[in-house]
Design a protein around this ligand. Structure first.
Ligand SMILES: Nc1ncnc2c1ncn2[C@@H]1O[C@H](COP(=O)(O)OP(=O)(O)OP(=O)(O)O)[C@@H](O)[C@H]1O
Ligand SMILES: [Mg+2]
Length: 362
């Protein structure tokens, strides 16, 4: 898995039983080089020679996927012949289901060639072809591993935030709620040079700018749009933020206000997540958080304040915050091989359940 945060790759090696219940055997993370990160970010908007650049970036990405696979195999002392498949999400550079497409850079044939293992990829396009959002795809996996006898919310804080609402004896619901780390990361990078605000400490030194927060919340109709919905850097990007800062007379390079803006962006994430949970999961009394944002203590504290009940990392349920998304795509690969239609109209808005992904045999 390599997500919208563009921080790098998380891999897990897992064994699934007949019901698709996983046991993690090993895990690996590989960071993007600064130049690959920069290029992948640049490819989120149109630019010169972007087709050839996208093809080259896809190959570079997959070379790192292969490294992650090798690391996971070595750690588990497993031979490649013992592995059924690799689920490889690719790197989303466009997500426009309203226009009938979502685009992940990937090179599954190259990954099959490099690893000698079947590769399952292109998980989102079939759901979009069936009229769906193509996202989020993880709620069915969350249902399999996290559902319990009461209502529970699973929150993934990657570049974008998405929630899954799990109720006993009911189909899961799920949708994107807006930015999680994407805006905070780009702001932190711009003003401190660090790729993210470690533990939320830098932003915690700022004060929330209520006027800016109101503008960010109320000036974006997407937040109030009912699900099914999904989003990405197509909407929540630097231009989106700069436009709103200008409206509040805050200079993009004004260092004296930078921490206040960071605190406000953290609050934007917390408020939009909490609003979505209060509106669509009013009966929930606990939230389990995965993704890198679970390590932002200031953000976790904001969520506890706003919701008034337990907000805990998924480690408490036995799966590490960094492993949940990667494990979900291993499970999606397993489901593809079993020919199980895992997408859900209630989540993505597609016409029906579909088998997701395609296979590139080793
Ligand atoms: N110690 C930390 N403190 C604060 N934030 C952190 C910390 N560690 C990671 N993060 C945040 O988490 C992000 C990475 O999270 P993650 O890998 O879950 O996102 P992602 O790659 O976008 O994944 P996905 O799209 O699958 O949800 C980093 O960019 C950073 O913003
Ligand atoms: Mg990541």
């Amino acid at each position: 898995m390599s997500g919208t945060s563009l921080d790098g790759i998380d891999a897990v090696l897992a064994r699934f039983d007949a019901y698709g219940h996983p046991t993690i055997l090993s895990r690996a993370s590989v960071s993007f080089t600064p130049s690959l990160k920069e290029e992948l970010l640049a490819l989120n908007t149109s630019g010169q020679d972007e087709l050839a650049r996208a093809a080259k970036a896809s190959n570079a990405l997959v070379d790192l996927y292969a490294q992650a696979v090798e690391q996971a195999l070595t750690q588990a002392s497993l031979a490649r012949e013992e592995v059924m498949a690799i689920g490889a999400h690719g790197q989303t550079v466009r997500h426009c289901p309203q226009d009938g497409y979502t685009l992940q850079l990937n090179a599954p044939a190259r990954l099959a060639e490099l690893t000698g293992i079947d590769v399952i990829a292109d998980f989102r396009s079939r759901d979009v072809a069936a009229g769906g959002q193509g996202a989020p795809l993880v709620p069915m996996f969350h249902a399999g591993v996290f559902a319990t006898s009461h209502t529970r919310v699973v929150l993934n804080l990657g570049g974008i935030a998405n929630i899954t609402i799990l109720r006993p004896h009911a189909e899961p619901q799920g949708f994107d709620t807006g930015p999680a780390n994407a805006l905070m990361d780009l702001w932190c990078q711009l003003h401190t040079g660090d790729p993210y605000d470690a533990n939320g400490l830098w932003g915690a030194g700022g004060t929330i700018d209520q006027d800016l927060l109101d503008l960010l919340l109320k000036g974006e109709p997407w937040f109030a749009t009912p699900p099914p919905k999904s989003t990405g850097r197509d909407l929540f990007n630097q231009a989106w933020l700069e436009h709103r800062l200008q409206q509040c007379n805050i200079g993009v390079l004004d260092h004296s206000r930078a921490q206040d803006v960071q605190a406000t962006l953290r609050s934007l994430t917390a408020q939009t997540v909490a609003n979505a949970i209060r509106t669509y999961a009013h009966d929930a009394r606990e939230v389990f958080v995965c993704g890198g944002g679970a390590r932002n203590e200031a953000l976790m504290a904001d969520l506890r304040d706003l919701l008034g009940y337990a907000v805990e990392p998924t480690d408490k349920l036995g799966i590490g915050t960094q492993d949940v998304e990667a494990l979900a795509f291993a499970w999606l690969a397993w489901a593809h091989q079993q020919r199980i239609a895992v997408s859900r109209p209630a989540v993505t808005g597609a016409r029906g359940n579909r088998i997701l992904g395609a296979c590139w045999p080793a």
